[in-house]
Design a protein around this ligand. Structure first.
Ligand code: NQM
Length: 360
């Protein structure tokens, strides 16, 4: 008998992924992973084209979200993010994803997990990967989700309804503290780096310190093997320093090259996720880069153009910018982030049953 499971495919922010109800998957994490790999890569998990599955052969389209109603008093939904590492045939749950998050509430409403309010619905989502809550608000006129609207985000063509994401207490969720090495800068493999986790573990290095401008295109950097080898050797060392252990098979920490902003923003970024360059920048990666800009004594603060307190922090990336609001306190000891806000959009693309390989 051919086996299949219900799924929805949703564009969340500038990513795209498969969304599943937790109850449709086995409880055993190993079996869950085999099913997710089967759905996304089929029987060819090490095939970089993902030709035998529904994955899109790019880190940004090789993702899954597992959703259930939350039993926590502070949340309505639980969300677990799974990154399928393209060409490696493995899953990684170390990181969260703020783009796939944008599709979580639409998924819950479309599949009847929760009833919508009108004209908007705000739900609290517990993000298992980073142990924190995000309040997500979507447009639901007449109690029905709509994706139609006038909001545009860089990295996605056209206009859509806004998905407003307000993150609480995200700092240090993966590494244990915002500056997990205990320093605001470290010298790693001869280069000054800031190791920081304000929602996403990043290693932030000034591009100029590696002999690059930081304004190179995604394709150019993807072909710069010398740079990528250097970044990977720094990443493996930084992973251990950031309490992440051996990160060879993990997607974090993400290496982030920075340069002074070129278009009126706070900083310009090139984000390696971790071996391919992001077409834009991840949501939580942008929040973390913005946090590094406002914190004294980091690699970023030295070149950032920080606007007056209370203004949006515009983080530039290869396809535009993403604006972040940050409610933070920097005592010089620890950096605390009470909340961070960002606007995304989403659109449901397909739903049905995904067939699993028969020999799974
Ligand atoms: O940083 C890509 C993305 C992401 C993750 C990545 C993300 C985030 O853009 O919150 O959204 O960093 O691998 O989808």
């Amino acid at each position: 008998m051919r086996r299949s499971i219900p799924y929805m495919q949703i564009r969340g922010g500038s990513s795209k992924g498969l969304y599943f109800h937790a109850e449709d998957l086995p409880d055993d994490p190993e079996q869950r992973d085999r099913i997710i790999l089967g759905a996304i890569c089929g029987v060819g998990p090490d095939d970089i084209r993902q030709i035998d599955g529904l994955g899109g052969a790019d880190p940004l389209t090789s993702k899954a979200g597992i959703i259930s109603r939350s039993k926590r008093p502070d949340a309505d939904l639980d969300y677990e993010f799974v990154q399928v590492v393209v060409g490696k045939g493995v899953t990684d749950r170390t990181q969260n994803c703020g783009n796939i998050l944008a599709g979580v509430v639409p998924f819950a409403l479309e599949t009847g997990l929760i009833k919508a309010d009108s004209p908007r619905t705000a739900l609290k989502v517990f993000m298992k990967n980073s142990n924190a809550v995000c309040r997500v608000t979507v447009e639901t006129p007449d109690g029905q989700i709509t994706y139609k609207g006038t909001t545009r985000i860089d990295g996605v063509p056209g206009f859509s309804a806004p998905v407003i994401c307000e993150y609480y207490d995200i700092a240090g969720g993966t590494c244990g503290s915002v500056f997990p090495t205990g320093n605001r800068t470290d010298i790693i493999d001869g280069v000054e780096a800031t190791c920081i986790d304000a929602g996403m573990p990043l290693v932030i290095i000034r591009a100029a310190d590696l002999g690059r401008s930081g304004y190179e295109s995604r394709d150019y950097l993807d072909n710069d093997q010398e740079l990528k080898d250097r970044l990977e050797s720094i990443r493996l060392l930084a992973g251990k320093m950031m309490n992440l252990g051996d990160v060879q098979q993990k997607a974090v920490p993400k290496m982030t090259l920075i340069a002074p902003a070129g278009n009126g923003g706070v900083i310009s970024t090139r984000s390696f996720i971790p071996h391919k360059v992001h077409a834009a920048v991840g949501v939580l990666a942008a929040v973390t880069a913005a946090a590094a800009c406002v914190a004294e004594g980091t690699t970023a603060s030295k070149i950032a153009a920080v606007p007056p307190e209370g203004s949006y922090l515009s983080v530039e990336h290869p396809s535009g910018e993403i604006s972040i609001s940050l409610d933070f306190t920097d005592t010089g000891g620890e950096l605390t982030i009470a909340s961070a806000g960002v606007v995304r959009t989403a659109r449901s693309l397909s739903c049905g049953e995904v067939y699993l390989p028969e020999d799974l």
